[in-house]
Ligand binder design. Structure first.
Ligand SMILES: [Zn+2]
Ligand SMILES: [Zn+2]
Length: 251
């Protein structure tokens, strides 16, 4: 009878439609199924970074990480459908129930948590944090930490307020936007540590590569990435696959 008392509770957190039968989850049956099945879509995936690759072609994302800053990427979902809606619900409506739905799948995608010493959320700028009131990457990291037993360490700060990555269309714009945007948090150290960066979505990877560079300079020996979703390679306004965007960015 929960929905009679609270109409909000009768709506699916992902698609906004009436939930119909009331399960324990704040989702309609279709969205709940999608979340469990975790369709990764068609196409071959790079085993290291989980980007879509063309058979026989090298992975454009891994090729870009020339300094081998980032090890393996773990992510349960592609950025579409129910998982994408939940990321947006978390980020822009601040609904913590969305994080609670995404985090268990993230923890499961991490086959061996003991391969890492700590979770490091990608930080927001102080101003963005004030505007939003929370850091969605940190919310996810906290919940994954509870499930895996890994501690959450705020090792990085965003020293330069950057424009929204979603407003940057090309890889070059995205890379320049986050260059030198991160620095070690005051007093932070991670000498010899194996760290897992945590973010909600990985698109071109410009943000996480920028974070990984700083963590390497701080002495981290290994850096992985745990994200809720991997964007399939499309950047807003561009109907191009990641590979093409990369080539465009290099010009
Ligand atoms: Zn739904
Ligand atoms: Zn790759």
């Amino acid at each position: 009878m929960e929905w009679l008392l609270s109409p909000e509770g009768a709506l699916c957190l992902s698609c906004g439609r009436l939930r119909g039968q009331l399960s324990g989850l704040p989702l309609c049956p279709a969205c709940a199924r999608e979340l469990v099945r975790a369709p990764y879509g068609r196409g071959m995936l790079c085993p290291r970074c989980k980007s879509l690759i063309r058979p026989g072609k090298p992975c454009a994302f891994c090729a870009r990480d020339r300094d081998h800053l980032l090890g393996e990427t773990f992510a349960p979902y592609r950025y579409h459908g129910a998982p994408r809606s939940l990321v947006l619900t978390l980020k822009f409506r601040g609904d913590a129930r969305a994080a609670a739905l995404l985090a268990p799948a993230m923890a499961r995608s991490l086959r061996d948590p003991s391969a890492f010493d700590a979770l490091v959320p990608v930080p927001l700028s102080a101003q963005r944090l004030r505007e939003r009131g929370f850091n969605q990457a940190r919310e996810l990291a906290e919940l994954v930490g509870v499930q895996t037993g890994l501690p959450v360490r705020d090792l990085l700060v965003r020293v330069r307020k950057t424009a929204r990555q979603t407003d940057q269309r090309t890889l070059r714009e995205r890379t320049l936007n986050v260059q030198d945007a991160f620095a070690p948090a005051p007093g932070a150290s991670c000498q010899g540590k194996r760290l897992l960066l945590v973010d909600d979505v990985r698109t071109t990877g410009a943000t996480v590569l920028s974070c990984a560079r700083v963590l390497r300079q701080m002495g981290a020996t290994e850096i992985g990435l745990l994200a809720a979703c991997i964007a399939p390679g499309l950047i807003k306004g561009q109907k191009k696959v990641v590979g093409k965007v990369f080539r465009k960015g290099r010009r």
